[in-house]
Design a binder for this molecule. Structure first.
Ligand code: PLP
Length: 315
């Protein structure tokens, strides 16, 4: 029996986080004692890991009265954070203005239009840095019109992973995690998860990954040596940083699709390729390992990429 005071179902915000940890056993056959596990972040309601940071940033801004029905949230994003903000703006009734390179995938543009966000398109040749410069300009020109969320500097970004992602990994691996691997975009996922995991067990090795060149197809990730470095990024935190080639990420996306039945996004392919590199090294050294990585989103928003059909022999 239900009563009128019982709250049924879950709200949008309650559906963020607590994503499944997927076993990728196919990749480690022949490596006894080594496991690779991926956090299935596409299970978040906005379809990506960025729901975590965006919801923490929005909750903080709402608490401080900085956004509301007539006060817009402004930020620069290459896509997933924008989708998360747009979803939250629609659900919690505040306007959202996003600065974004005009070459983001057509699928992303459709999601943002569907949620009703305002988009300021920026020069694709300037990448995510061009979007950041535009957001800074808009915020400076009309300081009263916007709350500039600035995911690259906002402490709530990494704190969201400190409070959720890391504790979930710790519990879901029954405290067995030995390695954590994540790509660097704003760096929020890596910074927050690493800080908390190190508190839980200082022996966990935390490995960051970034594109091997400024010109790459790893959407959402930054080549730190040539990019505007996020304020929240601390390069001394990682035990190691592994550079990743776009072609290897594509190859891993295909391998996961065809051998595991998993359709993941390109940065997730890059993360798994990095985790496999770590697995092979641990195996060669005769060690056991439980390697956890982040599958930032599914392949849904990348289906127009040509590599899915053009490179069937790259496995
Ligand atoms: C697809 C994808 N992968 C990875 C990242 C990087 O995550 P973070 O910004 O927490 O470093 C992002 C960030 O936008 C992303 O959209």
């Amino acid at each position: 029996m239900t009563t009128a005071t019982q709250i049924l179902g879950t709200s949008l915000l309650e559906r963020i986080g607590n994503t499944p940890l997927v076993r990728l056993d196919e990749l480690t056959t022949g490596m006894p004692g080594i496991q690779i596990l991926g956090k299935a972040e596409w299970a978040n309601p906005g379809g990506s890991v960025k729901d975590r940071a965006a919801s923490a940033i929005v909750a903080d801004a709402l608490r401080r009265g900085l956004i509301g029905p007539t006060q817009a949230l402004l930020d620069a994003t290459s896509g997933n954070t924008g989708i998360a903000y747009a979803m939250l703006g629609a659900a919690l009734h505040f306007p959202v203005t996003l600065c974004m390179p005009s070459n983001v995938s057509p699928e992303r543009k459709k999601y943002l239009a569907a949620y009703g966000a305002n988009i300021v398109w920026t020069n694709p040749a300037e990448g995510s840095d061009g979007a950041i410069r535009m957001a800074r300009k808009l915020a400076a020109e009309a300081p009263g019109a916007y709350f500039y969320a600035d995911q690259y500097s906002n402490e709530q970004n990494w704190l969201s992973h400190y409070h959720t992602t890391a504790n979930e990994i710790w519990a879901q691996t029954d405290h067995q995690v030995t390695h954590f691997v994540a790509g660097l975009g704003t760096s929020g996922t890596f910074m927050g998860t690493t800080r908390r995991l190190r508190e839980l067990n200082p022996g966990i090795r935390c490995i960051s990954m970034q594109p091997d060149s400024p010109f790459n197809g790893l959407e959402g990730l930054k080549h730190m040596a040539t990019a505007i470095v996020p304020k929240i990024y601390d390069p001394t935190l990682a035990d190691e940083n592994i550079p990743m080639e776009t072609e290897r990420a594509y190859a891993m996306c295909l391998r996961l699709a065809r051998r595991c039945g998993l359709l993941v996004g390109v940065s997730a392919g890059a993360a798994v390729a990095t985790a496999l590199q770590v697995a092979e090294r641990e195996h060669a050294a005769g060690r056991e390992a439980v390697i956890v990585t982040i599958l930032c989103d599914s392949a849904e928003k990348y289906m127009s990429e040509r590599f899915w059909t053009e490179a069937p022999d790259i496995l």
